[in-house]
Design a protein around this ligand. Structure first.
Ligand code: FAD
Ligand code: FES
Ligand code: FES
Length: 1118
């Protein structure tokens, strides 16, 4: 069991969140503290609770977000500052971010901004965008001016100072400061929770105790001495050694690996020892990467520079190695022994020729880490009884240079595409190569040495000729099969050369610095040899200031903190999966198709049904109502029974007592398929004419005449990929049958409560009035929870209905990504006619979207793409056509912008083409084509009071566009290998639903006799602050402070028939409904205000109540 499961399920501490279960998002961050007996040190470190085995925490103190502060008790400064700096939107990431910051401050109350950034490499936030988070936390840093509680008489300088930067470029009606640091409680490190003294004394007294934990499928053995470890390894040669569990944890969770015996040697002193020898520094195999980094940094500071080339290369790799939470537990031995072909450290260890000490109960041997160490994919020369004891990192020599490189899709916390380390030694005082080792990861099943290349370069001089030889030799030696896992074959092969080129330039510079006569690196190539150094982030936010004279009580237009921010920062905000377990609750796991297109021949669930904890399986025949579903057309199944049309298609479910049991059993269900030809890509769909109907056309003007008139005609195409929503909280539903009249209550993380209600009712065969859907808040939605949430919630409801027991399911991240679709990939084909002046006169464009295996909302998405096909430009003759490609991928769906971005992107592609073909600056051509006052859009909307031209000119001048453009051009002319870019793009985005009937909203407002107000409206809260805005509206209309108004949740039994919270219109629509309801109440209260003009709100409410006035009103807006 992981620490996260224990916290959430056993202790009910739900502040720590589950975002990915694989150490990648940081939502589960907690702080561990332990007393290390062999160094007599108390360690505090942030870890991912989702990967921390509970068994590994003996004598360890765990601090969760609940432990450091609460709204009711007292907020910790890290909780207060992220909330008040507007650093929390949906808030699902917030507890993890709070705990990363807390752990940093426990170790370093006065960090630098760079420390803060490093601490957050392992934390993802999908809503807030990091800037406000960093701004809030900057107040703790040296740069932000915080003294760490020691600077001023009153404890902390922040109580007087102002850590917010002022923009020099702002107008009088603009403001920049969202918070005043002087309002923050100071950080006082002396007030932190201490390490429990009982644990300290137990730790000191337990030197000799070893541990044994028995689980359902595995036994965990924690030896306390090296001898015992070696003995156990000899008794259990197949046992898995676990230190950080960052590799084994993933194997067990995602690759179904079962390890019956686990050996946990993390606390054995010999495996944690660090010793300096004559040749280098020896690290015990269980040393964490963070510890190794700290030791190497120290060594770099104290040793002569020429000795630390290897250490610097390791440190460079550690900069980009996972997040801090992983590095705090992952062991150096774990990285070596995982033997991953894309390990970031193994290439350095191999290029440096590190020495490894291997040991079994009969003795030890020392081997060099060379190309003989890895014997195959994830295999090494270690014998089954052997363990890795330590690794020695050698000192480098005066004429030796070492570099390491990592190329990954994202710089921080990502797996490598290619990783490399290079080590060259010269004959002293010359540029003649004496020894060379080039080591690569990502180019074979193991880390490899480019031996042939290196050997052929020996005795050569470090110059242009060597470079040419190296490139052609590497191209011959570093080959990859076209079908190699990971793909990107050409790119990976090119990287082996370009990384060598970087090394070549770096070494040239270092040789010159040592006075060796080598050619100078040309100035325009220097940037290729630079090590990436991120700049300390700085930022400024400008927003409209509150107009002079506005009453302090009027909160509209004021930058109000998100209403839930404090609760989000303390972990008290309740998300769907945080709802406490019902006594007889069960858990559901989905059975999904592994084929893209196939007939289902048979499904055998007998093995699954016999597995521990399993209660039953659910299939299509368990659906009492209708198996056809879908948000607009009912063209998909709740549960597939005859055919599957995508990988991830739901074919059934297993219900069990726990998530683990349900998921294990779901994997044991056997399905026989008859495979059919799938269509996967847009191009395949076009070739097969596989389209959903209708094909939409939007047309204006005379296309033929337009092209005839044009001086030039240009044709082109553009492909746009898809995108995963990656809301931090995955899809989750808890369905609770109420036991009477077919009633069911569902807690769902959805943007569309009413659609969930109607589709669940349809599947259960009951009227909608028996189903209540409740949404308190979502951990992000981004359109992904507009319609696809029903795919899960209907199945969970069917299971709950079958068993008459509450059933819950929160999808794992991989399941969510597999099942729920994303942004539509688009393909655009265009023909554009334009004049010599740059004026575009004709456009014929066809859009194709990869719609997937059902229509979902795709027709509306395509319509919106067509509405945006000319973006902000006036094109007199235009035709756009939209094709929905029917493919065998999970149905794609709404995503921020809803087709608008794809429509505009393709438009901007041809606009750039036009500018390029005329050889004119793109901004000039864009400006020339902008809509002007009174013109008609292709969808016949007259544009009045248009501000496009003013907005464009202001943007250009306020951004200093031309000066920046000139600077970019100079930089680009001076740098051959790195380039900068700058562009300005207008956007004209249509808001509100294109299906007119959806533009309606309702609200329900109750005033209670104590004057407090309960507000409900049809919109859902997913981090965008809708509830906060609705409270502001009610506050202004009722004329009472926001503190008197509360929103609890969105529910179908308070406001019926709600439209999804979408289309950039929820504040307008629901705000209108709230205003309407509040105005009704105002009218009812007016007589009492008239009678008692000096009375208070409470006086008027009480008077109205005693006069038998209805203090509840609903509102409506369309
Ligand atoms: C989110 C995330 C990000 C990551 N990022 C990176 C990255 O950027 N670069 C990278 O290279 N890797 C990365 N990894 C992989 C992993 O973190 C590292 O390989 C790590 O060093 C493994 O150490 P561990 O202690 O957690 O290993 P564990 O999971 O505890 O063990 C891993 C393996 O090593 C064996 N083993 C451990 N110690 C010994 C020993 N003393 N003797 C014999 N066998 C032993 C175990 O039996 C097991 O097979 C990442 C992993 C995660 C989850
Ligand atoms: S890192 Fe643990 S849930 Fe994502
Ligand atoms: S606020 Fe960070 S993920 Fe939503």
């Amino acid at each position: 069991m992981t620490l996260l499961t224990y916290l959430r399920r056993k202790l009910g501490l739900t502040g720590t969140k589950l975002g990915c279960a694989e150490g990648g998002c940081g939502a589960c961050t907690v702080m561990l503290s332990r007393y290390q007996t062999h160094t007599n040190q108390l360690l505090h470190y942030a870890v991912n609770a989702c990967l921390a085995p509970l068994c590994s925490l003996h004598l360890v103190a765990v601090t969760t977000v609940e432990g450091i502060g609460s709204v009711a008790r007292k907020l910790h400064p890290v909780q207060e500052r992220i909330a008040k700096a507007h650093g929390s939107q949906c808030g699902f990431c917030t507890p993890g971010i709070v705990m990363s910051m807390y752990a940093l401050l426990r170790n370093n109350p006065k960090p630098k901004m760079a420390d803060v950034e490093e601490a957050f490499h392992g934390n993802l936030c999908r809503c807030t965008g990091y800037r406000p988070i960093l701004e809030g936390y900057k107040t703790f840093t040296v740069e932000g001016g915080c003294c760490g509680g020691r600077g001023r008489e009153n404890g902390c300088c922040m109580t007087n100072g102002n850590g917010v930067e002022e923009s020099s470029n702002k107008d009088d009606d603009e403001a920049t400061s969202l918070f005043n640091p002087a309002d923050f409680a100071p950080l006082d490190p002396t007030q932190e929770v201490i390490f429990p003294p009982e644990l300290m004394s137990l730790t000191k007294g337990q030197r000799s105790a070893s541990l044994r934990f028995h689980g359902e499928r595995a036994v965990w053995l924690q030896p306390n001495s090296l001898d015992e470890f070696l003995r156990l390894k000899s008794e259990h040669p197949d046992a898995r050694v676990v230190v950080g569990n960052t590799e084994v944890g993933i194997e067990v969770k995602f690759k179904n690996m079962v390890y019956p015996v686990i050996l946990a040697p993390a606390f054995i002193p010999e495996l944690n020892k660090v010793t300096q020898t004559e040749d280098g520094i020896v690290f015990g195999a269980a040393c964490t990467l963070s510890h190794m980094g700290a030791v190497l940094k120290q060594a770099v500071q104290t040793l002569p520079p020429h000795q630390t080339e290897v250490f610097l290369a390791v440190l460079e790799q550690l900069r980009w190695f996972a997040g801090l939470q992983i590095r705090n537990v992952a062991a150096v031995g774990g990285n070596i022994m995982t033997a991953s072909p894309i390990s970031d450290l193994n290439p350095v260890f191999m290029a440096a020729g590190c020495k490894l000490t291997l040991m079994d109960k009969d003795g030890s041997r020392v081997v060099h880490m060379d190309d003989g160490f890895f014997t195959g994919y994830r295999k090494t020369i270690l014998r089954p009884q052997e363990i890795l004891l330590s690794i020695e990192l050698p000192y480098s020599k005066k004429s030796q240079f070492v570099s390491a490189f990592k190329q990954s899709p994202r710089r921080e916390d990502d797996i490598s595409i290619v990783t490399a380390a290079m080590n060259v030694t010269f004959t002293p005082g010359t540029d003649v190569v004496e020894d060379l080792k080039l080591s690569y990861g990502g180019m074979a099943a193991t880390t490899v040495l480019a031996k042939k290349t290196a050997n052929r370069l020996l005795k050569k001089r470090w110059g242009e000729e060597l470079l040419q030889d190296a490139c052609s030799l590497l191209a011959q030696e570093m080959i990859l099969d076209p079908s190699v896992p990971g793909g990107m074959v050409t790119y990976r092969r090119t990287l082996t050369l370009s990384l060598f080129y970087k090394f070549y330039l770096t070494v040239l510079q270092k040789l010159r610095a040592q006075g060796v006569a080598v050619e100078e690196v040309p100035s325009d190539c220097l940037s290729a040899a630079e090590i990436f150094h991120p700049e300390t982030p700085s930022s400024v936010q400008v927003y409209q200031a509150v107009p002079e004279g506005r009453s302090q009580d009027d909160s509209v237009g004021r930058p109000m903190m998100h209403l839930s921010a404090l609760k989000q920062a303390t972990g008290e905000a309740v998300y769907c999966d945080d709802v406490p377990l019902y006594e007889n609750e069960l858990y559901l796991a989905l059975i999904t198709s592994t084929k893209a297109h196939a007939n289902i021949l048979s499904v055998d669930a007998s093995a699954a049904e016999r597995m521990p904890g399993v209660v039953c399986c659910v299939f299509a025949e368990d659906i009492p109502g209708c198996n056809a579903t879908g948000p607009i057309a009912y063209d998909e199944t709740v549960i597939a029974n005859r055919q599957v049309t995508c990988v991830g298609h739901i074919m059934g479910a297993v219900v069990a007592d726990t998530q683990l049991h349900a998921q294990r059993a779901a994997k044991a269900v056997k399905v026989q398929y008859e495979e059919l030809q799938p269509i996967v890509t847009i191009q395949e769909a076009i070739a097969a004419k596989s389209f959903y109907q209708p094909i939409r056309t939007l047309q204006k003007g005379d296309l033929e005449a337009g092209f005839e008139q044009a001086d030039h005609i240009l044709e082109g195409e553009m492909h746009i990929g898809g995108q995963e929503h990656f809301y931090l909280e995955t899809n989750v539903t808890l369905a609770v049958p109420k036991g009477e009249d077919g009633e069911m209550e569902l807690f769902v993380s959805t943007q569309s409560a009413a659609k969930t209600q109607s589709l669940v009712a349809k599947a259960l065969g009951v009227p909608a009035n028996r189903v209540v859907v409740r949404v308190r808040r979502m951990g992000g939605g981004f359109g992904g929870k507009e319609s696809r949430t029903t795919v899960l919630s209907t199945v969970v409801a069917v299971a709950a209905n079958k068993l008459k027991r509450p059933v819950r399911c929160m999808l794992d991240r991989d399941e969510d990504m597999l099942i729920t679709g994303g942004r539509h990939p688009f393909y655009g084909k265009y023909k554009v006619g334009f004049m010599n002046s740059g004026k575009v006169v004709a456009l014929d464009v066809s859009y194709y979207s990869n719609t997937g295996n059902s229509t979902d909302l795709s027709l509306s998405v395509m319509e919106r793409a067509l509405f945006h096909m000319v973006n902000s430009y006036s094109i007199p003759n235009v035709r756009g056509r939209g094709f929905l490609c029917r493919t065998n991928v999970p149905s794609n769906t709404a995503f921020r912008g809803f087709g608008g971005p794809q429509g505009m992107m393709i438009c901007e592609s041809w606009m750039s083409d036009v500018a390029q073909s005329l050889g004119r600056p793109a901004e000039e051509i864009r400006r020339l084509n902008l809509f002007v006052e009174g013109e008609l859009t292709p969808y016949n909307q007259t544009l009045d009071q248009i501000t496009l031209d003013r907005c464009w000119d202001e943007c250009l001048s306020r951004s200093g566009y031309q000066e920046r453009r000139a600077a970019v051009d100079i930089y680009n002319s001076q740098n051959r290998w790195t380039k900068r870019g700058l562009t300005i793009i207008p956007t004209m985005f249509g808001i509100s639903f294109t299906a007119v009937f959806l533009n309606q909203a309702g609200a329900l407002v109750h005033i209670y006799t104590d004057g407090s107000v309960l507000l409900t409206h049809g919109g859902t809260e997913m981090g965008q602050g809708l509830h906060t805005k609705m409270v502001q509206v009610a506050s202004r209309v009722l004329g009472i402070p926001c503190s008197k108004i509360h929103i609890s949740e969105t529910s179908t039994n308070t406001v019926p028939n709600t439209s999804p919270t979408a289309a950039s219109a929820s504040s307008d629509l629901n705000g209108g409904a709230v205003q309407n309801a509040c105005e009704t109440l105002n009218e009812r209260l007016q007589p009492y205000k008239n009678k008692n003009p000096k009375g208070s709100w409470e006086d008027w409410v009480t008077a109205a109540y005693f006069d038998r006035v209805n203090l509840s009103a609903n509102g409506f807006y369309k």
